[in-house]
Design a protein around this ligand. Structure first.
Ligand SMILES: C[S@@+](CC[C@H](N)C(=O)[O-])C[C@H]1O[C@@H](n2cnc3c(N)ncnc32)[C@H](O)[C@@H]1O
Ligand code: SF4
Length: 350
């Protein structure tokens, strides 16, 4: 079992981002955190979660580092008996709000992995993206986390912007690998509806070459690609999603999936605070689940179990195996080139 907790507050809104987050309503932080505890308590009971069965906890956002560690304490008290020994506990953080005090407070609560939204080590690109920090602050935040005892640190980078050139990609990753990180996520910029970038689609510069260069530099640094956008020491939580493990989703921007149902709590913060137990359920058809497992499995090291595919799909996957585009290891199809995953999945689905 995996657990995701959503924090819907940010200090400012980045030009590309459509995640559920508020840059106001900060006076609701306290009541929001109380509602998270209420939902968590309710869901642990409703879904009969056993003690020591949660293998990973991921606190994402929004920006978890906008919340004082003291406000996280009741959540950790509640979840603690349900966590496995050695559970991976990640929190996302922004470089500008991940102060020494915040980092050490989260470390004391048991967080053992930090994922920083760095996005770039170039100040002009950070400005283009509408980020609130400078490159130097991002480097200092990573160093600060390492000095406080975090030995599992990830950074997010965004690429495929109009400012990315092969030379700058090399420099950007060179800077990343000088830092004490164990993991890097490199996301291709997507233009999301309702964001300022929707009015400026020219900021995106799609480039297969950039994706291949990133993979090459990461692998040279010993960070192996284990998913289309992820390199280095695998994030057990995300790996769990791709392995299709069930997950609880707590908070106004969270989703959960238990059995054949996905659920969504209220997305508006006021509604969530008033009714944290409310969920909209989405039933999942067996065919939807196969499609999802195929797409997720082919984008990552997880691969796809042959036995979940219907025979026409198996035949098409076998054809790709004969052509060397897929590898069959035991009963699992593995994809040797994640950059081709969507094309391969579409071919298998027919
Ligand atoms: C919830 S945010 C990260 C945490 C934190 N709020 C931060 O930004 O520092 C997760 C990550 O998604 C990525 N992301 C969000 N919107 C994106 C987009 N439109 N295109 C590509 N990556 C995006 C960013 O790299 C971001 O760090
Ligand atoms: S990228 Fe992170 S900081 Fe920026 S708006 Fe999205 S969630 Fe907030």
């Amino acid at each position: 079992m995996l657990l995701y907790i959503h924090i819907p507050f940010c200090d400012s809104k980045c030009h590309y981002c459509s995640f559920n987050s508020y840059v106001d309503k900060f006076d609701r932080k306290g009541t929001y955190m109380e509602s998270l505890v209420r939902q968590l308590h309710h869901d642990l009971q409703t879904y009969e979660i056993s003690k020591h069965s949660i293998e990973t906890l991921f606190i994402g956002g929004g920006t978890p580092s906008t919340i004082d560690p003291a406000l996280f304490e009741p959540l950790f008290e509640m979840v603690d008996p349900f966590l496995q020994n050695g559970a991976e506990i990640t929190s996302e953080a922004n470089p500008n709000s991940a102060s020494r005090r915040w980092l050490s407070g989260m470390h004391d609560l048991g967080v053992n992995r930090i994922s920083f939204g760095v996005q770039s080590f170039f100040d002009d690109k950070l400005r283009l993206l509408g980020r609130a920090h400078k490159a130097k602050e991002a480097m200092a935040a990573v160093e600060r986390a390492a000095a406080l005892g975090f030995d599992n640190i990830s950074i997010d980078i965004i690429y495929a912007t109009m400012l990315d050139t092969p030379d700058r990609i090399e420099k950007e990753l060179g800077t990343a690998f000088e830092l004490p990180i164990s993991h890097l996520s490199a996301y291709e910029l997507t233009i999301e509806e309702g964001t300022p970038f929707q009015q400026r689609p020219e900021v995106r510069k799609e480039s297969v070459e950039a994706s291949r260069l990133i993979r090459e530099y990461c692998e040279q640094a010993g960070f192996n690609q284990y998913e289309i956008s992820n390199y280095g020491k695998p994030c057990r939580h995300n790996l769990g999603y791709w392995q299709y493990k069930p997950y609880l989703g707590v908070g106004s921007g969270a989703a959960g999936r238990i059995g054949h149902k996905r659920y969504y709590p209220h997305t508006t913060i006021e509604h969530y605070i008033d009714a944290p137990f409310h969920k909209d359920f989405e039933p999942l058809q067996a065919s939807d689940m196969v499609e999802e497992r195929l797409l997720l499995g082919l984008r990552s090291d997880v691969g796809v179990d042959r036995n979940i595919l219907e025979s026409p799909m198996q035949e098409r996957a076998d054809l790709l195996t004969e052509e060397g585009k897929l590898l069959l290891s035991g009963s699992r199809y593995c994809n040797p080139d994640f950059l081709l995953s969507d094309e391969i999945a579409l071919f298998i689905l027919g």
